[in-house]
Design a protein around this ligand. Structure first.
Ligand code: HMG
Ligand code: MG
Length: 315
């Protein structure tokens, strides 16, 4: 019998010693950004702030809370300045934001953002559609931003989209992902988040990709970011855990998608990830019941049920 928080049925030590599975996982909550950027219904700043506060209260320590992209491209993120101005600083909580270029960096700095992320792609077509430039141009565009961030002591995460497939170019070779990952590390990103933007990956592909990337980049610097379009995200996370990955991106209530990847569904739901990790005896520092309540809060605002299976089962 499993209890509601899905406590493990075998000792933590036994599970952790089976393979390289980590004892704890850092969850990077991307719902307020990756999730809400793709909702047709615009969510007001008050509601976003309440969502973020609830996520903090549920124990999440890293929350992507906005995006300083061109609001004409992504109107859902237009209120990001207001959000960062109004978020209360909390001990050991980091509110992060996307910044595609110098202008985005400056906007973020004006409202005191303490950690940012740049985002590149492993596919040329996606890069053009998403940020209006080639992959190599994007890396060049990031360089002056990275210089400033270094001077300002702002850590920068690097995303790579389409690591397991592209909506325009189809299959993506692992060597291309590897090359972009190395370039992002070389310009100063402290961590690379590997994004399966359209959720087409399967566990064997995830393992193959990670095995390649890990030849050059320390495992501590690699995160996984899975969208659940084909229902593979939890299996893919489990495969990544078996490879020793300990940073996982997820989105409350499974919100999300990408405005420049047609058909991309939400990220894997945070509630579902936490349930699985609880069952594996892996600590996340989060409270599943509070996560479910936060997910139900935003889902109600969006006028639909949570996309988290765990929330559906336990609500
Ligand atoms: P551009 O048109 O090439 O930019 O867009 P530009 O430098 O030529 O400037 C054109 C206009 O945009 C100018 O305004 C600039 O001021 C303005 P004008 O003079 O014409 O009035 N502009 C800006 N305004 C506000 N903030 C800025 C900014 N930069 C320029 N930062 C740009 C290039 C990157 C800005 C544009 O393509 C853009 O905003 N793209 C956003 C795409 C996006 O947000 N996609 C979703 C996030 S990525 C994602 O979700 C994937 C991820 O989750 C991982 C995964 O799942 O794969 C991370
Ligand atoms: Mg994403």
């Amino acid at each position: 019998m499993m209890n509601q928080s899905n406590k493990p049925v075998v000792a933590d030590s036994q599970l952790a010693s089976d393979n390289q599975i980590p004892h704890s996982v850092k969850i990077v909550e991307v719902g307020p950004r990756d999730g809400l950027q793709n909702e047709k219904q615009l969510i007001d700043v008050d509601t976003k702030i309440e969502l973020i506060n609830r996520l903090v209260d549920a124990g999440l320590k890293t929350i992507e809370s906005g995006s300083f992209v061109n609001p004409q491209w992504v109107p859902q993120m237009a209120g990001s300045e207001d959000i960062f101005k109004r978020l209360e600083p909390r001990q050991s909580v980091t509110y992060t934001a996307l910044t595609p270029n110098l202008k985005g960096y400056q906007r973020a700095q004006d409202v005191g953002v303490k950690e940012i992320a740049v985002f590149a792609a492993a596919s040329e077509s996606f890069s053009q559609k998403n940020i209006n430039c080639s992959i190599s141009e994007s890396i060049e565009r990031f360089k002056p931003l990275m210089e400033l961030a270094k001077q300002d002591n702002i850590p920068v995460r690097g995303y790579i989209s389409c690591v397991l497939g592209c909506p325009y170019d189809g299959d993506i070779g692992v060597n291309k992902v590897n090359e972009v990952a190395q370039q992002l590390i070389d310009i100063g990103c402290y961590e690379i988040s590997l994004g399966d933007t359209i959720g087409v990956g399967t566990p064997a592909k995830v393992k193959h990709l990670l095995a390649t990337i890990m030849q050059n980049i320390a495992i501590e610097k690699i995160a996984v970011h899975f969208h659940d379009t084909y229902g593979q995200a939890l299996a893919n996370i489990y495969a990544a855990l078996q490879m020793g990955i300990s940073v996982v991106d997820s989105s409350i209530a499974g919100l999300g998608g990408c405005p420049y990847a047609k058909g991309a569904s939400g990220n894997v739901a945070t509630e579902d990830v936490v349930y699985m990790l609880n069952g594996l005896g892996i600590s996340t520092g989060t409270d599943l019941d509070k996560l479910i309540t936060a997910g139900n809060f935003i889902s109600t605002k969006l006028g639909r049920a949570s996309a988290s299976k765990v929330a559906q089962a336990l609500s």
